[in-house]
Design a protein around this ligand. Structure first.
Ligand code: PBG
Ligand code: ZN
Length: 425
């Protein structure tokens, strides 16, 4: 079996033996919601990422819906900050307001609420501060309170990112007590004190005002300790585990996924996104190739889900790649058996340029949809002449007559194939 190349000989062969896949269902897209009006503010270090005020949030929700994304991670930017981060747990805070609004606009969308104090505290730390020390146990009730307020607003999953000890337990108890027994906790368990969060802190206005986060976030050198963190969070009641950042920490995901029977979520963070975007903007790398390679790499490393700012792009690319012609191919093969040349003239034209003809399946408004789910604008008089504006009135008449007689003109349908098969039998 030394000739491993045997399994790489064709597209179909490679498709068949592929071990890991990136699925749109498993992508989580982070969004930033800010107080204020008429705001769509681009985050400079994260091209394509914006902060939205509530009155413009629908634009983002529509993009998400269109891309087919099923889960978002929501971050809030309040209009005022204080020592105790009260904006984080206020019932009318930016995050609960946004959640309520999104639930109205896109009910099925899974909303994961990030829980932390750093966007809301004047000192920018993830917990309460006294004499320069980030307090652990005193912070827990505030995280619990925030979690309950987000759950009340309609959050589907609570995601604490603060890295205080024992916060999963505190949040679980508070959620249960408030009646949210079925709301899962996605814990940022293995979160490292990383330089990769730089662009996020611009986006969320959450950079610490003094010192750093090293007394609560993990040392990048420690892999064993990460496993201990994960183990503790599972014991405290976490349902899903985040490892973060992603690319420089794939070993953590791999080991965690082998050791624990719980879904691991990779957080492909802001700095990782910024690096790819910058290099792509310079033409130094092929953005799609690099992003898809990063994504499948995370899957291979054991991540079940991926939180990524690339989510909309990935979904778009995947959709385009699906614009293959698997089902059309199959229908064409069937058609060729019974119909000389494989049906009508556009079909032959398609074949002349070495493509499989598209079999139309249904129509909706000004669109027609093929057997593989691709949508096209319906140029009734068939592709070529219609697009070039060369359709002769007589042709148009002919087409209309044909339509009235219930015949397709231009593209084949499965019905024709079935009919041909019936006749031949
Ligand atoms: C807040 C939080 C951070 C991120 C997610 N939640 C920043 C931080 O801990 O400083 C980072 C996300 C990213 O960089 O994309 N605790
Ligand atoms: Zn924080």
């Amino acid at each position: 079996m030394e000739r491993t190349r045997r399994l790489r000989t064709s597209n179909y062969m490679r498709d068949m033996v592929r071990e890991n896949h990136v699925r749109i269902d498993e992508l989580i897209y982070p969004i930033f919601v800010t107080e204020g009006e008429n705001i769509k503010h681009s985050v400079e270090s994260m091209p394509g990422i914006y902060q939205y005020s509530l009155d413009r949030l629908s634009e983002e929700i529509n993009r998400i819906k269109e891309a087919g994304i099923k889960a978002i991670l929501i971050f809030g930017i309040p209009d005022h900050k204080d020592e105790v981060g009260s904006g984080a747990y206020a019932e009318d805070g930016i995050v609960p307001k946004a959640i309520r609004q999104i639930k109205k606009e896109y009910e099925e969308l899974l909303i994961i609420a990030d829980v932390c104090l750093c966007e809301y505290t004047s000192h920018g730390h993830c917990g309460l501060v006294k004499d320069g020390v980030i307090l652990n146990d005193e912070t827990l009730p505030l995280l619990a309170k925030s979690s309950v307020s987000y759950a009340k607003a309609g959050a589907d999953i609570i995601a604490p990112s603060d890295m205080m000890d024992l916060r999963v337990k505190a949040i679980r108890e508070a959620l249960d007590e408030a009646g949210f027994v079925y709301t899962p906790i996605m814990s940022y368990s293995a979160k490292f004190a990383s330089g990769y969060y730089g662009p996020f802190r611009d986006a969320a206005h959450s950079a610490p005002g003094f010192g750093d986060r090293k007394t609560y976030q993990m040392d990048p050198a420690n892999g064993q300790e990460a496993l201990r963190e994960i183990g503790e969070d599972i014991e405290e009641g976490a349902d899903l585990i985040i490892a973060k950042p992603a690319l420089a920490y794939m070993d953590i995901m791999k080991e965690a996924s082998m050791k624990y029977n719980i879904p691991i979520v990779a957080y492909n963070v802001s700095g990782e996104y910024a690096m790819v975007k910058a290099a792509a903007a310079n033409g130094w790398i092929d953005e799609k190739k690099i992003v898809m390679e990063n994504m499948v790499g995370l899957k291979r490393a054991g991540a079940k889900m991926i939180i990524t700012y690339h989510a909309l792009d990935v979904a778009k690319w995947k959709r385009k790649d699906k614009m293959k012609d698997t089902r059309s191919k199959e229908l064409y093969e069937r058609a060729k058996v019974h119909i000389p040349g494989g049906v009508n003239s556009p079909v032959r034209a398609f074949r002349a340029v070495n493509r499989t003809p598209r079999f139309m399946e249904s129509a909706k408004g000004d669109r027609i949809i093929d057997a593989d789910g691709n949508e096209y604008i319906d140029y009734v008089c068939s592709w070529g002449p219609g697009i070039l504006g060369h359709a002769h009135p007589q042709v148009i008449k002919k087409v209309m007559d044909s339509c009235e007689n219930g015949l397709t003109f231009g593209a084949p349908t499965e019905k024709e194939v079935i009919l041909a098969e019936l006749i031949s039998e």
